[in-house]
Design a protein around this ligand. Structure first.
Ligand SMILES: *[C@@H]1O[C@H](CO)[C@@H](O)[C@H](O)[C@H]1NC(C)=O
Ligand SMILES: *[C@@H]1O[C@H](CO)[C@@H](O)[C@H](O)[C@H]1NC(C)=O
Ligand SMILES: *[C@@H]1O[C@H](CO)[C@@H](O)[C@H](O)[C@H]1NC(C)=O
Ligand SMILES: *[C@@H]1O[C@H](CO)[C@@H](O)[C@H](O)[C@H]1NC(C)=O
Ligand SMILES: *[C@@H]1O[C@H](CO)[C@@H](O)[C@H](O)[C@H]1NC(C)=O
Ligand SMILES: *[C@@H]1O[C@H](CO)[C@@H](O)[C@H](O)[C@H]1NC(C)=O
Length: 486
């Protein structure tokens, strides 16, 4: 059943009712003065993976996210006819939760049609349906909305800018006015051409070091006399300089500020993501690649964003449940887009459990005190170079991956940390109170373990089952197994 049936506007909505509301400027939302200073952390939730969900599944996701510093979900909606019903359930669950958890629509323009005016009307129906909902995220008094992509949509107009402006943004006024922050894959230098088409931008790709390809790494490393196969400390530092980099964030912010303006806000939403591996054959989705998630990408990206928090209005975690690209931080549930081969058994909730600390620092400007000693460990299940009979082949840029165990420890006082990758292979580190990022080589046939020891006493010991590191996998899997102490 499809909730969106009417492509028309609600009958009660007339221009005079729009003008009766007390905005100083009655035309479009784009002309309002900036007021919002609250910072939000939201997570991208793929509604397309929620086919079996009921209100109670949404309720448990909302409770879990809310308990870990996440303020809301960006509901990624696609074209399936059942999706509006799942969106309705999500809003119902948010209201029932009593948490004040926020929701907004993120239109997936890689699948939603956008060549006609009627296509825009279908998007607007989502906005008008939830504009007054208690749990709708409002920004500068307007309905917050986002996208994945949309930089080719014209909605029957002569340009993309005019399409979004005349068919979407300017059709929504009064209580339906939108604060539109799409993720258009365009050169930020061209933002100024979209003056009345969007209020801000979401930098989707900022979550990963996408410019770091194997060939870029090889040329930079060889110039420093090192290589991906035998990294010197200088070589590690070259790779690490890409991890969590804020170079594209500052470019977006600069170009948003350069847009013509009467002083209205131009929100910048940054992405943070823990990983990326997708493995679909040419016969299916035809995408088989990684972005480098090594070198503690998730906490590093958070730390770097916190350092420039004054320029970042919202952070979107990519994602809660995108199993196909391996960047989920929520539980493995709902429906999967044929990603079971690299997702089942690879829980990522350790990344969710470290989120509250960083989200709080981002929102308040102060890192919270660490009150509990904790260990987080993650690693891939097979050697980077392993060969298997998997017909899909190794993912593009797999050569970047290091055969390392990645660890983060939260310690309430100076401690000794031991990481082990087999019974005979371990490393010991002295760490101060706070957050420490550690790593050591994985061992073929081995495992992952970690211990925090203080004053001769073992405070935390983490020894997860369900993980071993092999050189002979039955298929390629460059996803991460994530373990955490409770
Ligand atoms: C939303 O609330 C406003 C103000 O209370 C009201 O005028 C409008 O009709 C409501 N819209 C919907 C779709 O319920
Ligand atoms: C308000 O929205 C209606 C359609 O919803 C549109 O016809 C009208 O032009 C808009 N008004 C302004 C001032 O943009
Ligand atoms: C992986 O393969 C590359 C290229 O064949 C080789 O140079 C490198 O030594 C291998 N690495 C490991 C850890 O076996
Ligand atoms: C790795 O590089 C170091 C110098 O950084 C060098 O001493 C060592 O021989 C190299 N190992 C291999 C296997 O090439
Ligand atoms: C851009 O928008 C601002 C505020 O909405 C307006 O003052 C300005 O005239 C617009 N510029 C162009 C080129 O459309
Ligand atoms: C570390 O390795 C040594 C042998 O290399 C072993 O004797 C010791 O028990 C290991 N420690 C841990 C904590 O696994």
């Amino acid at each position: 059943m499809r909730l969106i049936t009417s492509l028309g506007l609600p009958a009660f909505f007339t221009l005079s009712s729009a003008l009766s509301i007390p905005f100083s400027d009655s035309s479009t939302h784009v002309k309002r003065q900036a007021a919002t200073t609250t910072k939000y952390v939201v997570a991208h939730h793929i509604v397309g993976n929620t086919y079996p969900y009921t209100v109670s599944n949404w309720a448990s996701d909302i409770a879990l996210a809310s308990a870990h510093g996440i303020d809301g979900f960006a509901l990624n909606v696609g074209s399936d006819s059942w999706q509006p019903a799942r969106v309705a359930d999500a809003y119902t669950a948010a209201k029932n939760s009593g948490t004040g958890f926020k929701l907004f629509i993120s239109f997936d323009m890689s699948v939603l049609p956008c060549s006609t005016a009627a296509n825009a009307a279908a998007l607007r129906t989502y906005i008008t349906t939830y504009a007054n909902h208690t749990n709708q995220l409002k920004y500068d008094g307007a309905v917050f909305a986002s996208t994945f992509s949309g930089e080719s949509c014209t909605f029957g107009q002569s340009s993309v800018a005019l399409g979004w402006q005349t068919q979407f943004v300017q059709q929504l006024n009064g209580t339906n006015a939108v604060y539109f922050v799409p993720s258009f894959f365009i050169d930020p230098a061209t933002f100024k051409n979209y003056n009345n088409s969007f209020n801000g931008q979401f930098n989707w790709n900022s979550g990963w070091p996408i410019s770091l390809t194997t060939s870029v790494a090889n040329s930079q490393l060889s110039a420093s006399g090192t290589s991906l196969n035998n990294l010197s400390t200088a070589g590690q530092n070259i790779l690490k300089s890409y991890i969590g980099s804020t170079a594209t964030d500052t470019n977006y912010v600069t170009n948003l500020k350069a847009m013509p303006s009467n002083g209205e806000s131009r929100a910048y939403m940054a992405a943070v993501s823990p990983w990326f591996f997708t493995h679909y054959s040419p016969q299916t989705y035809n995408k088989n690649f990684i972005y480098d998630g090594d070198w503690h990408l998730y906490p590093t990206r958070w730390q770097n964003l916190i350092a420039i928090r004054s320029q970042v209005d919202l952070v979107e975690i990519v994602t809660w449940n995108d199993y196909g690209e391996s960047h989920y931080i929520g539980p493995i549930e709902g429906a999967q887009p044929n990603s079971q081969a690299w997702v089942n058994g690879f829980d990522h909730q350790g990344w969710l459990y470290m989120t509250q600390y960083f989200a709080t620092a981002y929102k308040t400007g102060t890192y919270p005190a660490i009150t509990k000693d904790q260990i987080f460990l993650w690693a891939r299940p097979h050697t980077r170079n392993a060969t298997s009979s998997d017909p899909v082949g190794k993912p593009t840029n797999y050569e970047l991956d290091q055969d390392q165990l990645w660890a983060v420890v939260f310690t309430t006082a100076a401690s000794t940390v031991t990481l082990s990758t087999s019974a005979k292979t371990n490393q010991t580190f002295s760490v101060p109170a706070g957050v420490s990022k550690l790593n050591m080589p994985l061992t073929v046939g081995g495992y992952m373990q970690g211990q925090i020891v203080r004053s001769g006493k073992t405070i935390v010991s983490l020894s997860p089952s369900g993980y071993s590191f092999t050189a002979t996998p039955s298929s390629y899997n460059y996803n991460a197994f994530v373990a955490y102490s409770t």
